[in-house]
Design a binder for this molecule. Structure first.
Ligand code: PRP
Length: 183
């Protein structure tokens, strides 16, 4: 799979430094509350980041999973959002929620998710993203916690896919254009 990459954007050491920093920021910011902090993993892309990040957070957390999609098998957003898997809980007003995302691109997915948690009267809703493709933003959206700002390139690995491949690479890399222009 490494042969399909144009270059490595974040290696394992850089990812570890990012997850260390983000976990410390989250621990610091939620230190003064006894409310449950619920980490919401947005499947599938965030699953690797989620698994690494949660182990570095020292305060108690609860875990939830949602599956939404805004892209399909291509490389650009369709602008459509579907919720395939949702939370089954009713105590939104009693909890702080932190959405964990692998990447923010147009910002549509994250904006929709934040709005959904506001409508459910979450005590608080914020987001922690590994990668921020700021130059692609179509909807205003600034994640509270952000790993790295990245260029407008097609990235895979560490949870991110192209046609369901590359999610298990331990690094984030830029895919060679000839790989996705074949289809
Ligand atoms: C990706 C990513 C975000 C969304 C970001 O998910 O995980 O959820 O796209 O794009 P946006 O800012 O333009 O809305 P994707 O739909 O590719 O699903 P996956 O995580 O299952 O691969």
């Amino acid at each position: 799979m490494l042969n399909d990459l144009k270059y490595v954007l974040l290696d394992e050491k850089q990812i570890e430094e990012i997850t260390d920093r983000l976990a410390a920021e989250i621990d610091r910011d939620y230190a003064d509350t006894s409310r449950p902090l619920v980490l919401v993993c947005i499947l599938k892309g965030a699953v690797v980041f989620f698994g690494d990040l949660l182990k570095k957070i020292h305060r108690p957390v609860e875990l939830e999973f949602m599956k939404v999609s805004s892209y399909y098998s291509g490389t650009t957003s369709t602008g459509q959002i579907y919720v395939h898997l949702d939370l089954k809980r009713t105590d939104f007003a009693a909890c702080d929620f932190l959405i964990i995302e692998d990447i923010v691109d147009s910002g549509r997915t994250l904006s929709m998710l934040m709005q959904l948690f506001r409508e459910r009267h979450a005590h608080s809703i914020d987001c922690c993203v590994l990668l921020d493709k700021v130059s692609r933003r179509e909807v205003p959206c600034v994640p509270r916690y952000r790993g790295a700002e990245i260029p407008d390139e097609f990235v895979v690995g560490y949870g991110l896919d192209y046609d369901e491949r590359y999610r298990n690479l331990p690094i984030v890399g830029v895919l060679k254009p000839e790989i996705y222009s074949k289809s």
